[in-house]
Write a new protein. Structure first.
Length: 770
C-alpha cells in the first residue's frame, strides 16, 4: 500500500500533525521466544516511525490504556549516525545521547509491561542533497557516493538518482536518500548499524520483551525497491515521480546483475540462445529498461529474478547479523502489499522466496484490499511462520472498516494486525473498538487455519497482469489470481484456503552438454567434424554452433567443417536448449600449418639415367604415407609413386625412392605427406636437371646412313623428329625405334627433337656426311 509518511519535526507540540502511528494486534504461537514456534499470547501494538525527535511517551500510555500491550518502533540510522545526530549534538553538545528517544520509549514500554518490536532503518534524511544539481545528484552529507545511490529509470527513457522530500528538521529541508542494495557500502552499513542496535537493545531478548526485528529502507518504511523519484535536473523537474520510474539502475546494481547472469548461464552463448540476442560478453548486457513489458520475455524474467535475489540477499545479510548476535531473536521481512499494482515495481510478488530463510513477514494492505486473500496468500507460501498485516484507519471508511480489516486478517491466520494513524482512530472515538479487539483476540489462543481447499497460480501470470486490485464487490475484471482464489474461497464455504505460487520464471536446467571434434589439430583449410552429446533432460533440444560469434550450424553434429585458413587456436561453441534452459560447451581446435611429419631433409639427385629421392624424418604422428609427385613446370604435378610411413615415431627414419624415367631437362619433385585422418602437407621442392649428352645419347655423330638411339632415350620418347636448317621436318615418327635411317637425306646440319612422356622436347644437333 502507498503510505504517506510525515515530515520531520523536532517541535513536540506539533507531534500529532507530523507523525504516523500504528495500532498493532500481534499473535504469537508459543510461550518461549527461544523456540521456532510463536507464543500463544497475542499482542496489540503501537508502531512509531520515529523520523523526528518526538518521544511520544504520552501516546504510548494512551495505547496501553486502550488495551495495547506492545510498542513497535523504528530506529533510524540518520538519528544515530547521520545529519540529525550531528544537528542534535551541535545544539545540545557532543555528549548528547543520540539514542535518547529510543531509550525513553523502550523504558516507558517496559514500565507498562508492553513488549517491543524493532524496525531497523538504514536510509536517512540528508541536508546536502537538498540543493540544485544535475539528475545524477551529488554525494550526500554523510559521504554516501552519488555513484552508489539508487538510480531510477523512467518509462520515458530518462533517469535520475533516487531521492524524495523528507520534510524539515529544525528548519532545514531534508531529502530522503538511500544507496543501492547491491553496493558493498550498503551491506556494510546493514551489518554495522544492526550490531549497534543489538548491542544496545539485544538484552530485551533475555528479558522476554523483544518480539522481532526487521530491516527497512524505503521512503514508506518498508523493505523493497523504490518506485519514483522527486529529483530535479537543476531547476527542471523530471517526469520520474510516483510510478513513472523504476529502480535500481545504478552501476553497482548493473555490475551485480552481470555477475549474476554470468553465474547463471556460465557462457554468453547460453544467454544469447535464451534471450535471442547477440552479446559478445556479459559486460555488454544491461538491465531491461522500464516499459509495459519490463518483466516479461526471458530478459525481463531474469531481471525480475535477479531483483528478487537482491532483496533476499539483503534480508539474509540482516538475518545472519542478528542471529550471530543472538539466534533466538525473530527476524521478519517487511513489505507493502505483495500482490497489488505497486508490488510489480517493488518486486515483491515472490515474497515467499525473499523471506524463505526468515521467521515471518509483515505486509501493509490498503483500506479496501481483501485482507482474507492477503493472509491466505502469505500463510500458504510461508507455512509455519509469523504473518503480520498492517491495517489503517481512514475517516472515509470509518471505524467498522478497521474492525473488519483486523477480524478478517485474524480469522485467516494473521498473528498481528496493526493500525496506521492510530491517533486519528482515537480522535474519532475508536477506543471502544480497540478495547473490543483486545478483549476478543488477546484472550484467545492462536488457532492456525487448516484449509482443505487449495489452488495455485503462476508467478508470470500476476506479473503479466501487473498485480491485483482485490475489490471483493467488483472483481470480474481483476487479476486471474484473485478471481481463482475467490472461486476457491466460495467453494470452501467462505473459509480460509491455500493459494500457492509457482515460480515459472525460474528454469532449472537438468541437462549436461559436451562437445568434441574428430581432429584437434587440423591443417589449415582442411575439413573437421564437430559433435555434441547431451545427458539428462535432452528432449526437444535446439542447437547452435558458433565460431567467433557467428553461427555455423544448428544441428547436434556438423560434418566437413572447413578449418580456419589462418593458424591459431579457435573455440567452437555448441549451445543446446529448450524451454528457457540452455547449456554451452566449448571445443578447442588448433589449426596449424606444421607438416604432418618433421622432415630433417628431402633431396633429389641424378643417378646415371634415374633420379634418386632421399628424405628423413625426426618425428611422425599419425602419418599414413608419402606420395611422390613430379612436375616439369611447378604447376602441373603428377603422382609417380608412394611410400608407406612409419605412423608414429620419435626416432630418425630414412626413406628412399627411385624415379626410373625422369624428365629430360629440368624435373621438379616434392612429397605429399598424408596423415591417417586424410590431412596432408607438402615438403619443399627439389630439382634435378638431365641435360647431358649421355641421357639423350645417339650415335654416331656425324652419321652417314643411320642414327642409333640409346635405351634411356628410346624409353622416355613418345615421338622423334628431324628438322633441316630451314626448319622443315624431314623425318617424324610417333613410334620411334632404336635405329633411324638417314641415308636418303642430303649431307648437312640437322636438329634431332625428342618429345618425352612429360611433354618436354629435347633438341640436339646432328651432322650428316658421307
Amino acid at each position: 500500500m502507498q503510505k504517506l509518511l510525515p515530515t520531520k519535526q523536532a517541535d513536540r507540540s506539533n507531534s500529532v500533525r507530523f507523525k504516523k502511528f500504528f495500532l498493532t494486534v500481534f499473535i504469537l504461537n508459543v510461550v518461549s521466544f527461544c523456540s521456532i514456534a510463536f507464543a500463544q499470547q497475542r499482542y496489540l501494538g503501537l508502531s512509531l516511525v520515529n523520523e523526528g525527535m518526538e518521544d511520544n511517551l504520552e501516546l504510548i500510555e494512551q495505547a496501553h490504556d486502550a488495551g495495547c500491550n506492545a510498542v513497535f518502533l523504528s530506529i533510524q540510522w540518520g538519528t544515530v549516525e547521520g545529519y540529525i545526530s550531528r544537528a542534535m549534538k551541535q545544539e545540545n553538545g557532543q555528549g548528547y545521547n543520540v539514542w535518547q528517544v529510543y531509550d525513553d520509549q523502550i523504558a516507558k514500554a517496559h514500565s507498562l509491561g508492553m513488549k517491543i518490536g524493532i524496525n531497523i532503518a538504514i536510509s536517512t534524511g540528508d541536508n546536502a542533497t537538498h540543493s540544485y544539481s544535475d539528475r545524477y545528484g551529488i554525494n550526500t552529507g554523510d559521504g554516501w557516493l552519488k555513484e552508489e545511490r539508487i538510480l531510477n529509470a523512467g518509462y520515458d527513457g530518462t533517469e535520475a538518482v533516487f531521492q524524495k522530500y523528507g520534510g524539515k528538521f529544525h528548519g532545514v529541508d531534508l531529502q530522503f536518500v538511500m544507496t543501492s542494495l547491491a553496493a558493498q557500502s550498503t551491506r556494510d552499513r546493514i551489518v554495522s548499524f544492526t550490531n549497534k542496535v543489538l548491542q544496545r537493545y539485544g538484552h530485551l531478548q533475555n528479558t522476554g520483551e523483544l518480539l522481532y526485528v526487521n530491516l527497512i529502507y524505503t521512503r514508506n518504511g518498508e523493505g523493497e525497491f523504490e518506485v519514483g523519484t522527486d529529483k530535479y535536473h537543476y531547476e527542471q523537474p523530471t517526469n520520474l515521480r510516483d510510478n513513472n520510474s523504476l529502480s535500481d539502475y545504478s552501476q553497482p546494481m548493473v555490475n551485480a546483475y552481470r555477475a549474476w547472469l554470468s553465474a547463471k548461464y556460465d557462457k554468453i552463448q547460453s544467454l544469447n540462445f535464451v534471450w535471442g540476442t547477440n552479446y559478445g560478453s556479459f559486460n555488454q548486457v544491461s538491465p531491461k529498461r522500464p516499459s509495459l513489458t519490463t518483466f516479461t520475455q526471458p530478459d525481463g524474467a531474469d531481471w525480475y529474478l535477479f531483483r528478487t535475489q537482491v532483496l533476499k540477499d539483503i534480508n539474509n545479510i540482516f538475518k545472519n547479523t542478528v542471529k550471530a548476535a543472538d539466534n533466538r531473536i525473530k527476524v521478519i521481512s517487511h513489505h507493502g502489499s505483495v500482490y497489488d499494482k505497486l508490488s510489480l515495481g517493488r518486486n515483491t510478488f515472490a515474497f515467499n522466496e525473499i523471506a524463505s530463510e526468515l521467521d515471518g513477514i509483515k505486509i501493509n494492505d490498503h483500506y479496501y484490499y481483501d485482507h482474507r486473500f492477503a493472509i491466505d496468500l502469505v500463510r500458504s507460501n510461508l507455512p509455519g511462520k509469523l504473518y503480520i498485516n498492517e491495517a489503517a484507519y481512514s475517516p472515509d471508511f470509518g471505524i467498522p472498516n478497521f474492525v473488519a480489516y483486523a477480524t478478517e486478517s485474524f480469522s485467516h491466520g494473521a498473528q498481528m494486525v496493526s493500525c496506521m494513524f492510530f491517533e486519528q482512530l482515537l480522535a474519532a472515538g475508536g477506543a471502544p473498538a480497540i478495547q473490543d479487539l483486545a478483549a476478543n483476540w488477546l484472550t484467545q489462543p492462536v488457532t492456525n487455519p487448516t484449509p482443505t481447499n487449495q489452488t495455485s497460480f503462476m508467478l508470470s501470470n500476476i506479473i503479466d497482469q501487473r498485480g491485483c486490485v482485490t475489490d471483493r464487490n467488483n472483481y470480474s475484471g481483476d487479476c486471474d489470481v484473485y478471481k481463482t482464489w475467490m472461486n476457491t474461497y466460495n467453494a470452501a464455504s467462505n473459509k480460509p484456503v491455500n493459494i500457492l505460487i509457482t515460480n515459472d520464471l525460474r528454469k532449472e536446467c537438468q541437462m549436461t552438454l559436451t562437445g568434441s571434434t574428430n581432429i584437434s589439430n587440423p591443417r589449415i583449410g582442411t575439413n573437421i567434424n564437430l559433435s555434441s552429446s547431451c545427458q539428462g533432460d535432452c528432449s526437444g533440444l535446439s542447437y547452435n554452433w558458433e565460431l567467433k560469434g557467428s553461427s555455423i550450424g544448428n544441428t547436434a553434429n556438423l560434418t566437413d567443417v572447413k578449418a580456419p585458413l589462418v593458424p591459431g587456436t579457435y573455440i567452437y561453441s555448441v549451445t543446446a536448449g529448450h524451454n528457457g534452459c540452455a547449456k554451452t560447451f566449448e571445443v578447442s581446435v588448433t589449426a596449424t600449418d606444421v607438416l604432418p611429419v618433421t622432415l630433417i631433409g628431402f633431396k633429389a639427385a641424378a643417378r646415371e639415367n634415374e633420379v634418386s629421392l632421399d628424405w628423413s624424418t625426426a618425428e611422425e604422428s599419425n602419418s599414413s604415407h608419402f606420395e611422390i609427385q613430379r612436375s616439369a613446370n611447378g604447376t602441373d604435378w603428377r603422382a609417380i609413386g608412394s611410400v608407406k610411413a612409419a605412423t608414429t615415431s620419435k626416432a630418425v627414419i630414412d626413406y628412399n625412392a627411385i624415379d626410373p624415367t625422369p624428365i629430360v631437362g629440368s624435373g621438379l619433385y616434392r612429397l605429399k605427406m598424408v596423415d591417417h585422418d586424410s590431412t596432408f602437407a607438402y615438403s619443399k621442392i627439389a630439382r634435378v636437371v638431365f641435360d647431358s649428352p649421355g641421357f639423350v645419347s645417339f650415335y654416331p655423330n656425324p652419321a652417314a646412313d643411320r642414327l642409333q638411339l640409346s635405351e634411356a632415350a628410346l624409353h622416355n620418347a613418345v615421338s622423334v623428329e628431324l628438322v633441316d636448317q630451314t626448319g622443315k621436318s624431314v623425318l617424324e615418327t610417333s613410334r620411334p625405334s632404336s635405329t633411324i635411317s638417314i641415308g636418303h637425306l642430303r649431307t648437312g646440319m640437322y636438329v634431332l627433337k625428342i618429345t618425352g612422356r612429360d611433354g618436354i622436347i629435347t633438341s640436339r644437333q646432328v651432322a650428316i656426311g658421307r
